[in-house]
Design a protein around this ligand. Structure first.
Ligand code: OAD
Length: 245
């Protein structure tokens, strides 16, 4: 893949580089995406699994699914795409990750400034009193309960729920301040997260998309690289390193 010289020139002038990421960035780590070929939502109904009423109706089933996902995530490792973003911290003043993923892989890769728009599967909280439970939960007697009697749920955002305010605000500020705004491995169809692409565009950022296929936002980006994030992001960083050495 040829990386455009003009993108490298823009990177040379960049101070704030933002990565807006989705499930596709973790696909090469072995974590299934939601949409597209082999997407989770082709086989399972989001309204039965990623939904508060579904959880209250059938917490065992929802927990079974999240524990299954957690197992896959625990068995996976950050891939070259996550690692390249973390390495970018050595080359730019401010590197900010704004992710829709709940898998913690950006943190495990070493990224420091991360806004998690849809929560994090490593955390849990009580539906009633909101107390956090971040240690390993015990399912030996069914779905674990809080000391107040409420059910404990994963700290992830379900359909119809509000995004964590501080995380979304951080994401918005990042989009507004971005010199370069990368959009990596997301279909960019889930709102309000996807709206950050337009915020970045309106704020004057250079938009760079990395995706296997074209997406909802391809038409408005400045550069579109079609292929695997784990291959293209290292190529972009290498081209940058070659240009500045
Ligand atoms: P999607 O599953 O909708 O989109 C994944 C995108 O990644 C697709 O556009 C793929 O083409 C692309 N892709 C797949 N493998 C790739 C690779 N190796 N390199 C680059 N791109 C690749 O995932 P999201 O956009 O993250 O929300 O979905 C957004 C939200 O919808 C999720 O956070 C989740 C889901 O329902 C909630 O659960 C609230």
């Amino acid at each position: 893949m040829k990386i455009h010289d003009s993108l490298i020139e823009r990177l040379k002038d960049a101070r704030t580089v933002v990565f807006f990421t989705g499930a596709g960035i973790s696909a090469e780590s072995g974590i299934p995406t939601f949409r597209g070929k082999d997407g989770i939502w082709n086989k399972l109904k989001p309204e039965e699994l990623a939904n508060f009423n579904a959880f209250m109706r059938n917490p065992d089933m929802v927990w079974e699914w999240y524990n299954h996902r957690k197992k896959i995530i625990h068995e996976s490792e950050p891939n070259p795409a996550h690692l390249t973003i973390a390495e970018m911290q050595n080359y730019f003043d401010d590197v900010i990750v704004v992710t829709q993923n709940i898998d913690n892989l950006h943190r495990r890769a070493g990224s420091k400034k991360i806004f998690e728009l849809h929560g994090n599967i490593e955390r849990n909280y009580c539906v009633k009193c909101k107390k956090q439970y971040n240690e390993e939960l015990d399912f030996s007697e069914g779905v674990p309960k809080c000391e107040c009697g409420g059910l404990i749920r994963p700290d992830v955002v379900w359909f119809g729920e509000v995004l964590p305010v501080d995380q979304f605000k951080g994401g918005e500020e990042a989009a507004m301040n971005a010199d370069i705004f990368f959009i990596v491995g997301t279909s960019a169809v889930v709102y309000p997260a996807a709206g950050l692409v337009y915020t970045a565009k309106q704020s004057g950022a250079v938009l760079v998309e990395v995706n296997l296929t074209e997406s909802e936002v391809t038409a408005i980006v400045d550069y579109s690289y079609l292929g695997k994030a784990g291959e293209i992001l290292p190529q972009i960083l290498q081209a940058y390193k070659d240009a500045v050495k």
